[in-house]
Design a protein around this ligand. Structure first.
Ligand code: SF4
Ligand code: SF4
Ligand code: SF4
Length: 167
C-alpha cells in the first residue's frame, strides 16, 4: 500500500529533473519514475549509506552523507529496471560563491578530499584563491561536498567546464 501511495503521488506530480542524483544506473527521469517502485532495495544495500528518499519517496543520493564509490551494488539490487548497468554518470562537482577561499579565507578542504586531484586553486587578487574543478578529471563521486565548511559544492549534470566566474 505504501508503495502504491508513493507511486500515485509521484505520477500525479510534474516530472522534473531531480536536484540530487538518482542512484547509479538510473534511467532518464521520466523512465526512472515510471519504473521505480520506491522499494528501497538500493538504499538498503548501499555500503556507504548515501541513498535517501526524496519528497516523492523515490531514491536520491545524499552526498552530504558520504561519497559514492561507484561499486554498483545499488544498480545490481534493483529488480525493476529503474537502475540499469552501463548508464553514463554525468554528474560533476561545481563550486559556488560561498567558497571561503574565494573570499580570502584559507581553505583547501575540498582539494584534500579529492582523490582524483580534480580541484586546483588559482591565485587571484586580494590574497584570494579560486577553485577550479576540471570536469575531465572529476568523477562526480561527491567526496568534496561534505568536506566544504560552507556547503559551496554541489553536483550538477553538466559536461561543461565548471570553473567559478571571477568576481
Ligand atoms: S554505487 Fe555503491 S556507493 Fe554509490 S550509491 Fe550505489 S551502492 Fe552506494
Ligand atoms: S531498488 Fe530500484 S525500484 Fe527499488 S527504490 Fe531503488 S531504484 Fe527504485
Ligand atoms: S566530485 Fe569527487 S572527483 Fe569531483 S571534484 Fe569532488 S571529490 Fe573530486
Amino acid at each position: 500500500m505504501a508503495i502504491a501511495n508513493s507511486r500515485r503521488a509521484f505520477l500525479t506530480a510534474k516530472v522534473v529533473r531531480p536536484a540530487l542524483p538518482r542512484p547509479l544506473g538510473a534511467l532518464a527521469e521520466a523512465q526512472f519514475a515510471e519504473l521505480c517502485t520506491g522499494c528501497g532495495d538500493c538504499a538498503r544495500i548501499c555500503p556507504e549509506g548515501i541513498i535517501m528518499r526524496d519528497g516523492a519517496e523515490l531514491p536520491v543520493m545524499d552526498l552530504n552523507a558520504g561519497a559514492c564509490t561507484f561499486c554498483g551494488a545499488c544498480t545490481e539490487a534493483c529488480e525493476t529496471g529503474a537502475l540499469v548497468p552501463g548508464q553514463a554518470w554525468l554528474w560533476r562537482a561545481r563550486v559556488d560563491e560561498a567558497c571561503m577561499s574565494r573570499q580570502g579565507i584559507a581553505c583547501r578542504a575540498c582539494e584534500d578530499h579529492c582523490d582524483a586531484q580534480a580541484i586546483r586553486f588559482r591565485l587571484i587578487t586580494g590574497g584570494r584563491a579560486e577553485p577550479r574543478i576540471e570536469t575531465g578529471l572529476c568523477t562526480g563521486c561527491g567526496a568534496c561536498i561534505a568536506s566544504c565548511p560552507t556547503g559551496a559544492i554541489t553536483l550538477h549534470q553538466n559536461t561543461q567546464d565548471t570553473e567559478v566566474r571571477p568576481c
